[in-house]
Design a protein around this ligand. Structure first.
Ligand SMILES: [Mn+2]
Length: 342
């Protein structure tokens, strides 16, 4: 058994009340890995009290979904072990309103991102495709042949892996990911097409802000830029959900998909503070590395997908600030952080 898995097992054995948390705005990997872990602990230690808390429900039905405790605020209770799933830090899991981060309980982290992690009693991260793959690996390592993949676990496993690998398109898909997938599918064959179709649905209020983002789009060389203004939001009575969904659509399907364009960014209100805007950068592999640009604005992310927040009086003004930042990075590359040329 891997050392960290053994450590986790020990922590679980010594605890009576276990709390599982995942990141804010949980995705399917967060939900599925947490539900698998809860079921696993409940199965091998039926006397332990395991609670999985979240502020939201998943957008599609998942097995064991009723095990999810929906809460508005996450406070310290009687837990003696807290396990953070699909997140490396407390910051990603809690808000200022919560108190659980002040806990004296033991803390375990199970993740797959290569970001810095907070201090914890045990941290498990073998850089797998998803936390779902990681947690299934732990279950198999701890239980050996006795680990039984039920229909529910198979379904959760497939959903978590399929969503975090973009149906096996991303580089995080390893031969071991396919191997696990094959084991899961021998138990139950999830309808992948139906799942992807359902998870790509968007609310109707996406459409109007989407037309505005398209109208505002400009192309500069191989870069596309778009934003939304306060006036457009007011005049069209746009709500947060519609704007956010339209932004995601533009960001993932349009910005770098126009012929001749390789990268770009989109600006929308952050909805956390007055005059705060969020910029998301996307680039095609091998073109503009956008993590450094986001970092220079106080944000971060991956080489080809990154984001930052900035203050500006309006969306178009935020765009100007970002463009100035980009050109200053291009003209004065510092030796420590050279901006790669396209
Ligand atoms: Mn994940």
């Amino acid at each position: 058994m891997q050392k960290q898995n053994k450590e986790l097992k020990k922590l679980i054995e010594r605890s009576q009340n276990i709390l599982i948390l995942t990141h804010k705005g949980p995705d399917f990997d967060g939900f599925c890995s947490s539900l698998i872990l809860k079921n696993f602990i409940n199965t091998i230690y039926p006397k332990k009290n395991v609670v999985f808390k979240s502020r939201q429900s998943p957008t599609q039905n998942l097995p064991f979904m009723n095990d999810l405790k929906i809460v508005r605020k996450i406070d310290i209770e009687n837990e003696d072990l807290i396990i953070l799933m699909d997140a490396g830090s407390w910051d990603m899991c809690v808000t200022n309103e919560d108190t659980v981060q002040l806990t004296k309980a033991k803390v375990a982290i199970i993740d797959h991102h290569d970001t810095q992690t907070d201090h914890s009693d045990v941290s498990i991260n073998n850089n797998m495709s998803s936390t779902t793959e990681q947690v299934l690996y732990i279950c198999k390592d701890v239980m050996g042949k006795r680990f039984n993949i039920t229909k529910e676990i198979s379904e959760l496993g497939q959903i978590g892996i399929v969503s975090d690998t973009g149906r096996f398109l991303y580089e995080n898909t390893k031969p071991s990911t396919y191997q696990l997938m094959s084991e899961l599918r021998r138990v139950y064959e999830l309808d992948l097409e139906d799942f992807t179709y359902k998870s790509s649905k968007f609310p109707p209020e996406t459409l109007l802000p989407l037309t505005l983002f398209i109208k505002n789009l400009t192309i500069q060389d191989d870069m596309s830029i778009t934003f939304i203004t306060k006036k457009q939001i007011e005049e069209n009575h746009l709500e947060k959900a519609g704007v956010n969904s339209a932004q995601a659509h533009m960001r993932d399907n349009i910005i770098r998909h126009i012929q001749g364009v390789h990268w770009g960014f989109i600006v929308k209100p952050s909805y956390t503070a007055e005059n705060e805007w969020q910029v998301s950068f996307r680039s095609t592999k091998g073109y503009q590395k956008v993590d450094k640009i986001a970092e220079s604005l106080g944000g971060g992310g991956h080489e080809y997908a990154s984001a930052a927040k900035l203050f500006a009086d309006d969306g178009d003004i935020a765009v100007k600030t970002i463009l100035e930042k980009i050109s200053s990075l291009k003209t004065t590359p510092s030796p420590s952080s050279p901006l790669p040329t396209v």
